[in-house]
Ligand binder design. Structure first.
Ligand SMILES: Nc1ncnc2c1ncn2[C@@H]1O[C@H](COP(=O)(O)OP(=O)(O)OP(=O)(O)O)[C@@H](O)[C@H]1O
Length: 296
């Protein structure tokens, strides 16, 4: 399959600050990809470049083989919704829904109406008066009902209550299954949303630390927990991404897969081996230190 998105050696500097540093990645079409990482990691910068709303300082960005920047045919297939989406002062939701098809060629008006009802968005009230969660719901409606072949959503959850977040997940999964497209969703709500993803990208300090299919996660890392001295001993020669301790006990997130010999040693020493979640990996990579630092 041709890769939908290809970045090669992409660096984006803002003055002296390097927001993205030599990023290379390939994303296949048709996935829901979680773009994860700590504050300031470079997620919004990456989405802006993929959406053709910004240019890299170095390197190339390709969407369907084209640089998206000022390439009308490519841009027509991309929709980036931001957490701080702006609307004209006098707009209500009806105005948004009526102009959306003019800039979103794959817009589905019926789906948009369903989502307005599902999120209980007030139709006749000025958007200027919306709560933070209602603003997020409008941005999500613009993202999902756009059915853009490449839909990018930058932290769409701000202020959304738990019912609205669940509703969003159900609608997104169902609609993407019925109308396949590529979705990249940047979020800090990792635990809640990880079941959506079939791919994850973890960025930190402008670098991609992980670019993997969800099925590959068990091969990437595991956790082992038990008595502090036992865990330190068991992991002495391993690549420890994160070590958490409470008096007498420790839990290590270790890069790679636990082999049969390690499992036997761990079991004999009374330690437990557990799979890692995407949230564990984000935390581990976001706090990554050298094994010596992790053990200190
Ligand atoms: N226009 C700009 N000028 C200067 N620095 C910028 C600019 N845009 C982004 N940055 C810096 O680049 C880094 C990456 O920012 P970015 O917004 O991509 O992070 P993020 O991962 O989306 O963060 P968050 O999760 O907090 O939204 C940050 O340190 C930010 O301060």
């Amino acid at each position: 399959m041709t890769d939908h998105i290809v970045l090669e050696g992409v660096t984006r500097r803002f003055g002296a600050h390097t927001a993205l540093d030599s990023v290379s990645l390939r994303l296949p079409a048709g996935s829901i990809c979680g773009l994860l990482g700590r504050n300031g990691a470079g997620k919004t910068t990456l989405l802006s470049l993929i959406a053709g709303q910004d240019l890299p300082s170095e390197g190339t960005v390709r969407v369907n083989g084209h640089s998206p920047f000022e390439h009308a045919a490519t841009l027509a297939g991309i929709n980036l919704v931001r957490d701080n989406q702006r609307y004209p002062d006098d707009f209500d939701v009806r105005n948004v829904l009526s102009i959306a098809p003019s800039f979103l060629p794959h817009w589905d008006a019926e789906l948009a109406e369903q989502l307005v009802a599902g999120f209980r968005v007030p139709r006749g009230r000025s958007i200027k008066k919306f709560s933070r969660g209602q603003l997020s719901a409008v941005a999500i409606i613009l993202g999902v009902a756009s059915r853009a072949p490449l839909t990018l959503m930058d932290e769409p959850y701000l202020g959304l209550d738990v019912n609205a977040r669940r509703y969003f997940h159900e609608v997104l999964v169902r609609d993407v299954a019925e109308h396949p497209r590529t979705v990249i969703l940047s979020t800090h709500h990792v635990e809640e949303s990880e079941s959506l993803f079939d791919r994850v990208l973890i960025v930190d300090e402008g670098r991609v630390l992980l670019d993997a299919g969800i099925e590959d996660i068990p091969d990437l890392a595991f956790a082992v927990s038990g008595r502090d001295d036992v865990i330190r001993d068991l992991t002495a020669d391993l690549d420890v991404l994160r070590l958490q301790t409470v008096p007498g006990l420790a839990s290590a997130t270790v890069r790679g897969r636990a082999d049969t010999e390690f499992i036997a040693r761990a079991e004999a020493a009374g330690a437990r081996i557990l799979p890692v979640s995407v949230a564990d990996l984000v935390t581990a990579y976001g706090t990554e230190r050298t094994p010596e630092e992790a053990r200190a």
